[in-house]
Design a protein around this ligand. Structure first.
Ligand SMILES: [Zn+2]
Length: 273
Protein backbone atom coordinates (compact mmCIF):
# COMPACT_ATOMS: atom_id res chain seq x y z
CA UNK A 1 0.00 0.00 0.00
CA UNK A 2 1.42 3.35 -0.97
CA UNK A 3 2.41 5.63 1.91
CA UNK A 4 3.16 9.35 1.91
CA UNK A 5 6.56 9.13 0.20
CA UNK A 6 5.12 6.99 -2.62
CA UNK A 7 2.10 9.28 -3.11
CA UNK A 8 4.31 12.37 -3.23
CA UNK A 9 6.60 10.72 -5.78
CA UNK A 10 3.58 9.77 -7.90
CA UNK A 11 2.32 13.37 -7.61
CA UNK A 12 5.68 14.63 -8.88
CA UNK A 13 5.50 12.45 -11.97
CA UNK A 14 1.95 13.52 -12.70
CA UNK A 15 2.82 17.16 -12.02
CA UNK A 16 5.62 17.06 -14.59
CA UNK A 17 3.28 15.57 -17.16
CA UNK A 18 0.14 17.64 -16.49
CA UNK A 19 0.80 20.96 -14.80
CA UNK A 20 0.22 23.87 -17.16
CA UNK A 21 -0.93 21.50 -19.91
CA UNK A 22 -4.26 21.33 -21.72
CA UNK A 23 -6.23 18.08 -21.59
CA UNK A 24 -6.85 16.89 -25.16
CA UNK A 25 -8.40 13.54 -24.52
CA UNK A 26 -10.06 11.84 -21.59
CA UNK A 27 -11.41 8.42 -20.77
CA UNK A 28 -13.56 8.09 -17.69
CA UNK A 29 -14.94 4.69 -16.76
CA UNK A 30 -16.38 5.55 -13.34
CA UNK A 31 -20.12 5.07 -13.97
CA UNK A 32 -21.34 8.07 -11.97
CA UNK A 33 -19.05 10.38 -13.93
CA UNK A 34 -19.78 8.95 -17.37
CA UNK A 35 -21.18 12.34 -18.43
CA UNK A 36 -18.30 14.34 -16.97
CA UNK A 37 -15.56 13.41 -19.45
CA UNK A 38 -16.33 16.41 -21.66
CA UNK A 39 -15.70 18.76 -18.74
CA UNK A 40 -11.98 17.97 -18.91
CA UNK A 41 -11.46 18.59 -22.63
CA UNK A 42 -9.64 21.83 -23.41
CA UNK A 43 -9.08 22.59 -19.71
CA UNK A 44 -5.67 23.49 -18.30
CA UNK A 45 -4.30 21.67 -15.27
CA UNK A 46 -3.36 24.39 -12.79
CA UNK A 47 -1.85 22.29 -10.05
CA UNK A 48 -1.24 18.71 -8.95
CA UNK A 49 -0.78 18.01 -5.25
CA UNK A 50 -0.73 15.15 -2.78
CA UNK A 51 -2.37 15.57 0.61
CA UNK A 52 -1.87 12.63 2.91
CA UNK A 53 -2.66 9.71 0.65
CA UNK A 54 -5.00 11.68 -1.61
CA UNK A 55 -4.15 13.16 -5.00
CA UNK A 56 -5.70 16.44 -6.11
CA UNK A 57 -5.67 17.65 -9.70
CA UNK A 58 -6.83 21.27 -9.87
CA UNK A 59 -8.56 22.77 -12.90
CA UNK A 60 -10.04 26.28 -13.10
CA UNK A 61 -13.49 25.42 -11.86
CA UNK A 62 -13.19 21.93 -10.42
CA UNK A 63 -10.81 19.56 -8.66
CA UNK A 64 -10.42 15.85 -9.25
CA UNK A 65 -9.88 14.06 -5.94
CA UNK A 66 -8.66 10.49 -5.80
CA UNK A 67 -7.59 8.24 -2.95
CA UNK A 68 -5.89 5.00 -3.88
CA UNK A 69 -6.93 2.92 -0.88
CA UNK A 70 -5.15 -0.43 -1.18
CA UNK A 71 -5.10 -1.09 -4.89
CA UNK A 72 -5.14 2.18 -6.81
CA UNK A 73 -2.15 3.04 -8.95
CA UNK A 74 -1.14 5.90 -11.25
CA UNK A 75 0.92 5.43 -14.41
CA UNK A 76 2.42 8.13 -16.64
CA UNK A 77 3.40 7.41 -20.25
CA UNK A 78 4.12 9.22 -23.48
CA UNK A 79 0.79 9.41 -25.27
CA UNK A 80 1.96 7.13 -28.12
CA UNK A 81 2.74 4.36 -25.62
CA UNK A 82 0.00 1.73 -25.32
CA UNK A 83 -1.58 1.30 -21.90
CA UNK A 84 -0.07 -1.37 -19.73
CA UNK A 85 -1.85 -4.74 -19.85
CA UNK A 86 -2.37 -5.91 -16.30
CA UNK A 87 -5.06 -7.09 -13.94
CA UNK A 88 -6.15 -3.57 -12.96
CA UNK A 89 -9.10 -1.74 -14.42
CA UNK A 90 -8.72 1.72 -15.84
CA UNK A 91 -10.68 4.43 -14.00
CA UNK A 92 -9.53 7.55 -15.74
CA UNK A 93 -6.98 8.58 -18.32
CA UNK A 94 -5.98 12.17 -19.03
CA UNK A 95 -4.04 12.91 -22.20
CA UNK A 96 -2.15 16.10 -23.05
CA UNK A 97 -0.24 16.86 -26.26
CA UNK A 98 2.57 14.70 -24.94
CA UNK A 99 1.59 12.40 -22.06
CA UNK A 100 -1.17 10.14 -20.81
CA UNK A 101 -1.72 9.79 -17.07
CA UNK A 102 -3.86 6.85 -16.03
CA UNK A 103 -5.41 5.99 -12.72
CA UNK A 104 -6.10 2.29 -12.19
CA UNK A 105 -8.33 0.40 -9.76
CA UNK A 106 -8.98 3.31 -7.37
CA UNK A 107 -12.62 3.44 -6.28
CA UNK A 108 -12.54 6.67 -4.34
CA UNK A 109 -12.71 9.33 -7.04
CA UNK A 110 -14.62 12.60 -6.78
CA UNK A 111 -15.07 15.72 -8.85
CA UNK A 112 -15.47 18.67 -6.52
CA UNK A 113 -15.70 22.40 -6.62
CA UNK A 114 -12.66 24.05 -5.02
CA UNK A 115 -14.62 25.34 -2.02
CA UNK A 116 -15.77 21.81 -1.18
CA UNK A 117 -12.24 20.60 -0.42
CA UNK A 118 -12.04 22.02 3.11
CA UNK A 119 -15.19 20.16 4.13
CA UNK A 120 -14.22 16.82 2.64
CA UNK A 121 -14.30 14.11 5.35
CA UNK A 122 -10.83 12.75 4.58
CA UNK A 123 -9.02 16.01 3.77
CA UNK A 124 -10.51 18.00 6.64
CA UNK A 125 -9.23 15.53 9.25
CA UNK A 126 -5.67 15.18 7.95
CA UNK A 127 -2.85 15.89 10.38
CA UNK A 128 0.40 17.60 9.30
CA UNK A 129 1.94 15.94 6.23
CA UNK A 130 5.29 14.37 7.14
CA UNK A 131 6.69 14.37 3.61
CA UNK A 132 6.39 18.05 2.64
CA UNK A 133 9.37 20.21 3.64
CA UNK A 134 7.12 22.87 5.24
CA UNK A 135 6.22 20.60 8.18
CA UNK A 136 8.41 21.16 11.26
CA UNK A 137 9.23 19.17 14.40
CA UNK A 138 7.55 21.89 16.50
CA UNK A 139 4.36 21.61 14.48
CA UNK A 140 4.22 17.84 14.94
CA UNK A 141 4.87 18.09 18.69
CA UNK A 142 2.18 20.74 19.09
CA UNK A 143 -0.25 18.58 17.12
CA UNK A 144 0.67 15.52 19.22
CA UNK A 145 -0.04 17.43 22.44
CA UNK A 146 -3.75 17.75 21.69
CA UNK A 147 -5.93 16.16 24.33
CA UNK A 148 -7.62 13.72 21.95
CA UNK A 149 -4.35 11.87 21.28
CA UNK A 150 -3.03 11.55 24.84
CA UNK A 151 -4.41 8.16 25.84
CA UNK A 152 -3.99 6.44 22.51
CA UNK A 153 -1.20 3.99 21.73
CA UNK A 154 1.45 4.88 19.18
CA UNK A 155 0.86 1.68 17.20
CA UNK A 156 -2.72 2.81 16.56
CA UNK A 157 -2.08 6.54 16.18
CA UNK A 158 0.70 6.18 13.66
CA UNK A 159 -1.72 4.72 11.10
CA UNK A 160 -4.30 7.43 11.79
CA UNK A 161 -3.95 10.03 9.03
CA UNK A 162 -5.35 12.61 11.43
CA UNK A 163 -2.21 12.19 13.56
CA UNK A 164 0.71 12.33 11.10
CA UNK A 165 -0.51 12.29 7.49
CA UNK A 166 1.54 10.09 5.17
CA UNK A 167 2.72 7.46 7.65
CA UNK A 168 1.62 3.96 6.68
CA UNK A 169 2.59 0.47 7.63
CA UNK A 170 6.31 0.28 6.94
CA UNK A 171 6.96 3.79 8.23
CA UNK A 172 5.06 3.01 11.44
CA UNK A 173 7.45 0.18 12.36
CA UNK A 174 10.51 2.09 11.21
CA UNK A 175 9.71 5.38 12.97
CA UNK A 176 8.97 3.59 16.25
CA UNK A 177 12.29 1.76 15.98
CA UNK A 178 14.48 4.78 15.25
CA UNK A 179 12.67 6.70 18.01
CA UNK A 180 13.36 3.83 20.45
CA UNK A 181 9.68 3.63 21.40
CA UNK A 182 7.65 0.53 22.21
CA UNK A 183 4.50 0.30 20.03
CA UNK A 184 2.23 0.17 23.10
CA UNK A 185 3.41 3.52 24.50
CA UNK A 186 0.73 6.22 24.73
CA UNK A 187 1.38 9.85 23.85
CA UNK A 188 0.82 10.89 27.47
CA UNK A 189 3.62 8.55 28.61
CA UNK A 190 6.21 10.30 26.41
CA UNK A 191 8.73 12.78 27.81
CA UNK A 192 9.32 16.02 25.88
CA UNK A 193 12.54 14.53 24.61
CA UNK A 194 10.74 11.42 23.34
CA UNK A 195 8.09 13.54 21.62
CA UNK A 196 10.78 15.51 19.85
CA UNK A 197 12.54 12.36 18.79
CA UNK A 198 9.32 10.83 17.44
CA UNK A 199 8.55 13.99 15.44
CA UNK A 200 12.12 14.25 14.14
CA UNK A 201 12.21 10.62 13.07
CA UNK A 202 8.77 10.76 11.42
CA UNK A 203 10.01 13.64 9.26
CA UNK A 204 13.49 12.26 8.67
CA UNK A 205 12.44 8.75 7.61
CA UNK A 206 9.51 9.91 5.47
CA UNK A 207 11.71 12.36 3.60
CA UNK A 208 14.57 9.92 3.15
CA UNK A 209 12.09 7.36 1.89
CA UNK A 210 10.80 9.95 -0.58
CA UNK A 211 14.31 10.89 -1.78
CA UNK A 212 15.73 7.36 -1.89
CA UNK A 213 12.61 5.36 -2.75
CA UNK A 214 11.42 3.15 0.08
CA UNK A 215 14.71 2.96 1.99
CA UNK A 216 14.51 3.68 5.71
CA UNK A 217 17.81 2.32 7.05
CA UNK A 218 20.89 4.48 7.33
CA UNK A 219 22.21 4.82 3.79
CA UNK A 220 25.76 3.74 4.68
CA UNK A 221 24.35 0.64 6.32
CA UNK A 222 22.22 0.01 3.23
CA UNK A 223 25.30 0.13 0.97
CA UNK A 224 27.17 -2.17 3.32
CA UNK A 225 24.33 -4.72 3.43
CA UNK A 226 23.98 -4.63 -0.35
CA UNK A 227 27.76 -5.12 -0.76
CA UNK A 228 27.59 -8.35 1.23
CA UNK A 229 24.88 -9.67 -1.06
CA UNK A 230 21.54 -8.76 0.57
CA UNK A 231 18.68 -7.99 -1.81
CA UNK A 232 17.15 -4.51 -1.83
CA UNK A 233 14.10 -5.87 -0.04
CA UNK A 234 16.20 -7.46 2.71
CA UNK A 235 18.47 -4.44 3.16
CA UNK A 236 16.09 -1.49 3.13
CA UNK A 237 14.43 -1.49 6.55
CA UNK A 238 15.57 -1.52 10.18
CA UNK A 239 12.84 -3.84 11.47
CA UNK A 240 9.89 -4.01 9.06
CA UNK A 241 9.64 -7.54 7.55
CA UNK A 242 12.84 -8.45 9.44
CA UNK A 243 11.12 -10.59 12.10
CA UNK A 244 13.31 -13.38 13.54
CA UNK A 245 16.41 -11.65 12.21
CA UNK A 246 19.00 -9.80 14.30
CA UNK A 247 18.50 -6.12 15.11
CA UNK A 248 21.11 -4.01 13.29
CA UNK A 249 21.73 -2.07 16.52
CA UNK A 250 21.84 -4.67 19.26
CA UNK A 251 21.61 -8.17 17.80
CA UNK A 252 18.33 -9.09 19.52
CA UNK A 253 15.78 -10.90 17.38
CA UNK A 254 13.10 -8.68 15.84
CA UNK A 255 9.54 -9.51 16.95
CA UNK A 256 6.54 -9.68 14.62
CA UNK A 257 3.08 -8.53 15.71
CA UNK A 258 -0.16 -7.79 13.84
CA UNK A 259 -2.21 -5.15 15.68
CA UNK A 260 -5.34 -4.45 13.64
CA UNK A 261 -4.17 -7.19 11.24
CA UNK A 262 -1.42 -4.93 9.87
CA UNK A 263 2.20 -5.97 10.24
CA UNK A 264 4.24 -4.24 12.94
CA UNK A 265 7.78 -5.42 13.70
CA UNK A 266 9.99 -4.13 16.51
CA UNK A 267 13.10 -4.80 18.60
CA UNK A 268 12.21 -5.62 22.24
CA UNK A 269 15.63 -4.44 23.39
CA UNK A 270 15.88 -1.11 21.54
CA UNK A 271 12.16 -0.41 22.14
CA UNK A 272 11.56 -1.47 25.75
CA UNK A 273 8.09 -1.32 27.33
ZN1 LIG B 1 17.75 -3.72 18.95
Amino acid sequence: MPEGPEIHRAANKIRKALEGMVIEDVELTVPRFSEAGQDFIGKTVNRVEARGKAMLIHFDNFVMYSHNQLYGRWTVNLKETAAKKWNRSLRISLTTGKHTCRLWSATDILLMEPWELSGHPYLSKLGPDVVIPETTVEELVEHMNQKKFQRRRLKVLLLDQGFFAGIGNYLRSEVLFTSGLHPDRTVSSLSDEEKNKLAEQALFLSRQSYDVPGITVDLDLYDKLRSVGLSRGRARHWVFTRNDRECHNCGHLIIHTRPGRRRLDYCPNCQPE
